[in-house]
Ligand binder design. Structure first.
Ligand code: SAM
Length: 242
């Protein structure tokens, strides 16, 4: 796919993949192209576009102010909600071998595909779950158990906050990946986040390195506890946003 961009990794994330991580990225790309023949996994299949919109974007989200979230290197418990074809969770599992990544999606066939990826890439630090965020947010084995929750392209920011914050331990961090975003949206989101026991810690705007597309990441800190009323029943967070 693309072995030729070490300087961009360095400039934008202050980091470079090892040769074996680079080989895993390449293998991931090839497996997704192959999987796309049977499943509608992604429209992003051109090599450079895949690098920018899937690999780089996934990793830029876990690097606020261009530094990887420190707990990921030490060993954090991470959950990726609505992972689809494995983004951002699979690239995160590749670069953070000390962390455990739980990849969740409500669609069985996507999780079956990800299981193949994990096996082929020998990623023993990642596991999968077919479930809805609203269900696991109320289950003792998942509620308040994670240090970091990632969520990309799974609905409104308010629904994403309701899916992720109940899953976090106190002090944990939710990362909501967005395209465009405004200050007015931050103000509106703050109300929802406060109700969920969180606080908006940082909103970071950046441009992607190859096509200069606008991106935002919202970093929500779990500062309190989440009321047992949240998350609400399946479908409610998206239909009746907080
Ligand atoms: N995160 C991936 C990405 O950015 O490429 C996939 C995004 S895809 C547009 C949204 C995914 O979220 C789908 O695979 C869908 O099945 C899953 N999803 C939507 N709502 C969900 C929920 N409440 N709980 C778990 N998964 C959900």
């Amino acid at each position: 796919m693309t072995n030729s961009l070490p300087e961009i990794w360095q400039q934008t994330l202050n980091w470079q993949p090892t040769d074996s991580q680079q080989a895993q990225f390449q293998q991931l790309y090839e497996l997704i192209l192959e999987g796309n023949r049977q499943l509608n996994l992604t429209r992003i299949t051109e090599p450079q576009e895949f690098w920018e919109k899937h690999l780089w974007d996934s990793l830029r989200g876990i690097a606020p102010q261009q530094q990887f979230i420190p707990s990921l290197q030490v060993g954090a418990s991470v959950i990726d909600i609505g992972t689809g074809a494995g983004f951002p969770g699979v690239p995160v599992a590749i670069i953070a071998p000390n962390s455990t990544i739980t990849l969740v999606d409500s669609t069985r066939k996507k999780i079956t595909f990800i299981e193949k990826i994990l096996s082929e890439l020998a990623l023993t630090n990642a596991k999968t779950l077919v479930a809805r965020a609203e269900e696991i947010g109320q289950q003792p084995e998942h509620r308040q158990k994670y240090d970091v929750a990632l969520i990309r392209a799974v609905g409104t920011a308010s629904a994403c906050a309701e899916y992720t914050l109940p899953l976090l331990k106190q002090g944990g961090l939710a990362v909501i990946y967005r395209g465009t975003w405004t200050d007015e949206e931050t103000t509106a989101l703050e109300n929802a986040v406060n109700q969920l026991g969180g606080a908006v810690e940082l909103v970071e705007k950046f441009t992607t390195p190859l096509t200069n597309s606008i991106r935002h990441c919202l970093y929500l800190r779990k500062v309190g506890t989440t009321s047992a009323n949240f998350p609400r029943a399946v479908g409610v967070p998206s239909q009746k946003p907080l």
